[in-house]
Design a protein around this ligand. Structure first.
Ligand SMILES: [Zn+2]
Ligand SMILES: [Zn+2]
Length: 312
């Protein structure tokens, strides 16, 4: 009966209570341990090789990413010789390709362009500086200019030959100097009925008869031009009237003209009466009415009076 055997022995790790079987099992287990120990040592040696190769590959790949992306890394290659050869043999690109420079730092974004300068403000308007008050004392009031002394002599006109026969030589010079031409002179010494003897000879000058009276044509002249001429005649020694038909006592039936008397020479009584009439603003006709066509200045009348008195 097997009941006499301790229960513990039957439940040993060998799982057998048979001494022969247990002995065989122990031997087998010992053999197995010995055998397993040798294999483990070999595996350990191979593992170290593989680990070293893997570490080398990882280190290399850390330096150059192209190594890991290039050929198949030998980290899984168990052959030591092959792994060593792969490590020693530098890839072709290593010897020729330059090591790329580390990527440059990203360029800083360009500074925003400076805003355009504000348009130059216009220059300030120059402040007008108040002009200093004049420091110079106001000039003493200049005395009112004296009225120019009225000329008492006729202008010195260049003497030339007689402009027209019958004129006094000096009268001829003054007529010429104010632009009266010979063709404008209609009568000097004459006996025209309308003249009523005013153009009769007054005397002789250098043996040549003359009269102080002269008639000047006005055909083609405006009244403005006639008035200007009357003023010029007075300035050069002539008391003269414009005989306008129908005006200032001149008959409408008579021809228009200028009748003048040169005061710078001796004259007959008929002309003297006319000059006196002129000096008081009359027409010099038998009517002795006030002359209205033109008014002479006091200076002009004063000149004529002075010169007339010198010769008459
Ligand atoms: Zn003159
Ligand atoms: Zn006349």
């Amino acid at each position: 009966m097997k009941g006499g055997a301790p229960r513990g022995r039957k439940t040993s790790s060998l799982g057998s209570t048979d001494p022969g079987t247990q002995r065989a099992l122990r031997q087998d287990m010992t053999c197995t341990r010995k055998h397993d120990g040798g294999q483990m040592r070999r595996f350990a040696r191979w593992g170290r090789v593989v680990l070293s190769v893997a570490c080398a590959a990882v280190a290399a790949s850390a330096c150059d990413g192209r190594l890991s992306s290039g050929g198949e890394p030998a980290a899984t290659d168990a052959r030591t010789d092959a792994s060593t050869t792969w490590l020693d043999a530098a890839p072709p690109e290593l010897s020729t390709a330059p090591i790329p420079a580390p990527p440059a730092e990203p360029a800083a974004p360009p500074e925003p362009a400076a805003p355009p300068p504000e348009p130059a403000a216009p220059p300030p308007e120059p402040t007008p500086t108040p002009s200093p008050a004049p420091t110079t004392p106001s000039p003493a009031p200049t005395p009112a200019p004296r009225p120019a002394a009225a000329p008492t002599t006729l202008p010195a006109c260049r003497h030339r030959g007689l402009l027209k026969y019958g004129l006094h030589p000096i009268a001829s010079d003054h007529l010429r100097c104010i632009g009266v031409t010979a063709d404008r002179i209609s009568q000097t010494i004459g006996t025209a009925p309308a003249s009523a003897g005013y153009h009769a000879r007054d005397g002789y000058s250098g043996g040549v008869p003359y009269t102080a009276a002269v008639d000047i044509r006005t055909v083609g002249r405006t009244e403005t031009q006639i008035r200007r001429l009357l003023g010029q005649l007075a300035d050069h020694g002539f008391a003269a009237w414009y005989r306008k038909p129908g005006y200032d006592g001149w008959p409408a039936s008579e021809a228009p003209h200028i009748h003048g008397v040169f005061v710078g020479c001796r004259m007959k009584a008929a002309l003297q009466g006319q000059v006196r009439d002129f000096l008081i603003g009359r027409n010099g006709l038998s009517s002795h009415t006030t002359y209205r066509f033109y008014t002479w200045t006091a200076a002009q009348k004063r000149l004529l009076r002075t010169v007339y008195d010198r010769y008459n």
